[in-house]
Design a protein around this ligand. Structure first.
Ligand SMILES: CSC[C@H]1O[C@H](OP(=O)(O)O)[C@H](O)[C@@H]1O
Length: 366
């Protein structure tokens, strides 16, 4: 999307430098820094340290990591080592393993001398595929927003609430949850977005940066304010992203999503999840029982990063010395709390039947 009038993807291949460039999201929203990825360790660190983040973007980054590994050593052993190394970076977003499997399954059928070029082409294709999937999610989600807008007095905004950043920064472009918002804004449908801060890493600030750059009205709110806003008729629709959705429609997403879904149901507010098909884990039914939840460092809880009074970026300790932080990074919203899933092929119920109807070609795919 646009940054000060210039279009960017969240990562891109620089042919002149023959290397992947990423937006280093650790410095946003205060500084826009581009980083070149030069080694396989750089790829892994970028994912672990959340320089790149968001399920789709993690997957595409890993695909470029496999291509880098094949340049160094295209042997079967090196391919498997790279797969293991990149797969171990973050456990929850299924797109990581999906992309690694897409790459390795193709490369196994390719002679080693051709693996580097084939792997790089696949990474480019996955990046382009992600952009198109998210664009289509936007088109389908737009109709949900339009329907609500048409039920309001002319000019009255549709009030959306979103959690974390499922924006273009979490994908290659458009975002998932934000794509319907961008499409609605571009269709001149008035919207206002309540943006959850999303402790502990405050990815909501990334969403605020994105929406502000696109001229979309928004308010940055505490994670605990959403229920109150819903009780007082201030929210028309909730749209979030997902890091892994099971075949029956249980949704794993950033910690706190489940609580928003509970509040939405209690207030009869539609709760939709923007779901690109690579984020569906067809091998899992019960999300609460089966999806591995990443436990990140407690320092992300006890300390906060931001812009200091002198304009420099820094980190400050919030808790007493010695206090340990507990930091599960995701939770699972059972399908019974999900109104619908907005996919690139349309909107469906959060159910096995809903997903298998839209994706009959994928439901039993190996
Ligand atoms: C479009 S997927 C976005 C998804 O990923 C985020 O997690 P993280 O920032 O830890 O990578 C969050 O769960 C978003 O909803």
């Amino acid at each position: 999307m646009k940054v000060n009038g210039t279009h960017y993807r969240s990562l891109w291949w620089d042919a002149d430098k023959d290397a992947l460039q990423i937006i280093d999201q650790r410095w946003l929203p205060h500084e826009f820094r581009v980083l070149q990825v030069n080694s396989l360790k750089d790829f892994a660190d970028a994912i672990v340290e959340m320089r790149v983040r968001g399920a789709p973007l993690i997957g595409v980054t890993a695909a470029y990591g496999m291509a880098h590994a094949m340049r160094l050593d295209p042997s079967d052993a090196a391919m498997d080592q790279a797969w293991e190394y990149l797969d171990a970076t973050r456990p929850t977003a299924i797109n990581l393993r999906w992309a690694l499997n897409r790459s390795r399954n193709i490369l196994r059928g390719v002679t080693p001398k051709d693996r580097a070029s084939v792997a790089l082409k696949l990474a480019h294709d996955l990046a382009d595929e992600d952009v198109e999937i998210n664009r289509k999610i936007g088109i389908h989600g737009l109709e949900l927003i339009r329907k609500i807008s048409n039920s309001k007095p002319s000019g009255e905004p549709v009030r959306l609430l979103t959690h974390c950043n499922a924006g273009w920064l979490a994908t290659v472009d458009w975002g998932t949850a934000t794509s319907p918002m961008y499409h609605a804004h571009d269709a001149e449908i008035p919207i206002h977005v309540w943006v959850d801060e999303t402790r502990p890493r405050n990815q909501g600030a990334l969403t605020a940066w994105e929406l502000g750059s696109h001229g979309i009205s928004h308010s940055y709110i505490t994670d605990n304010a959403g229920g109150h806003l819903m009780q007082h008729g201030q929210v028309d629709l909730v749209i979030t992203g997902t890091d892994r959705t099971t075949r029956r429609g249980d949704v794993c997403n950033k910690i706190g999503t489940y609580l928003k879904a509970l509040a939405a149901q209690d207030n009869n507010i539609p709760f939709y999840v923007a779901l690109p098909s690579p984020t569906i884990d067809w091998s899992v039914d019960d999300g609460v029982a089966e999806i591995p939840i990443e436990e990140r460092s407690g320092v992300e809880i006890t300390h906060v990063q931001g812009k200091m009074a002198d304009g420099s970026l820094g980190t400050t300790q919030v808790t007493p010395d010695g206090t340990l932080g507990g930091n599960p990074a995701f939770d699972v919203t059972p399908n019974r709390l999900v109104t619908g899933l907005i996919t690139e092929r349309g909107v469906c119920d959060a159910s096995t039947e809903g997903l298998s109807t839209l994706f009959p070609d994928l439901v039993n795919a190996p």
